[in-house]
Design a binder for this molecule. Structure first.
Ligand code: MG
Ligand code: MG
Length: 261
């Protein structure tokens, strides 16, 4: 069942997603060699609560933290911990917040200090593939058009696409229909209609696409332990014209300046 949102509901989705964008921007100020990922989680929770939101992930399906923090070979759903970020790491931060009952969801992979050029290229391509997908998020297209755009963009550049985790509809619930895979065939899947809100979130690996779940039951990492990147926006399908991106990387990129991906 795909819920089409009213303009009033989309306005609330804009609020929750803006708060997520601002939270990621706040985290960008702190991400540097020497900080623990648990400290980042505390900063995010405080920021969300201080700004009238509720952490959207904490308690969702039993997930114990505000952020999913996935370093280097970890793909998604990593636990914040006493791990200290080091020069050359990449850190994927996935953040959710609820404002007035509606969910925001967005993710960004940050370089920590000086990152190897081949890993920076992975980040850049993954982020670009997100926008390739968003370009296809137009009323009258189908989900497969988004999926195929992400997949072909990344595979043409020699990267592999994670299959086990995918994007999703979003609204009152964090995960709603439809599913939004990062691989698939053009012209297939549900029809996109005005009022659909979806999270598009490519998870792209430098090596093979194979995934292992760690013993905590949550953390997904690459089997070959090569790095993985993850960028996510929540978007709303409009009547005509491009999708509205409800989340924002602007707050992050203001902080990163010339180091933006
Ligand atoms: Mg997310
Ligand atoms: Mg998501």
């Amino acid at each position: 069942m795909i819920y089409l949102k009213t303009d009033e509901e989309i306005a609330l989705m804009r609020e929750s997603n803006t708060l997520v964008g601002k939270t990621l921007g706040e985290l960008a100020r702190w991400i540097a060699p020497g900080i623990t990922t648990l400290r980042l989680d505390q900063i995010a929770e405080q920021y969300i609560r201080d700004n009238g939101g509720i952490p959207g992930f904490k308690g969702y399906g039993g997930f114990p933290f505000t952020l999913c923090i996935s370093v280097n070979e970890n793909i998604v759903h990593g636990f914040p911990s006493s791990y200290v970020l080091r020069d050359g790491d990449i850190v994927s931060i996935d953040c959710g917040a609820i404002v007035q009952g509606y969910n925001g969801d967005s993710a960004y992979t940050f370089p920590v200090g000086q990152v190897a050029p081949e890993v920076m290229a992975l980040l850049r391509t993954t982020k670009e593939s997100l926008y390739q997908g968003i370009e296809k998020a137009i009323a009258g297209n189908r989900i497969g058009d988004i999926s195929n755009a992400v997949q072909t963009y990344c595979e043409a550049r020699g990267y592999s696409v994670v299959r086990e985790f995918i994007g999703h509809g979003i609204g009152r619930k964090l995960h709603e229909d439809p599913e939004v895979p990062n691989y698939g065939r053009r012209g297939c899947g549900p029809l996109l209609k005005k009022g659909m809100c979806i999270a598009i979130e490519p998870m792209i690996n430098l090596g093979s696409r194979n995934v292992v779940i760690e013993r905590d039951g949550w953390t997904a990492r690459t089997r070959d332990r090569k790095p993985s990147a993850h960028y996510e926006h929540t978007v709303a399908i409009t009547q005509d014209g491009p999708a509205e991106i409800l989340s924002s990387f602007d707050y992050i990129e203001e902080v990163l300046g010339e180091n933006r991906i």
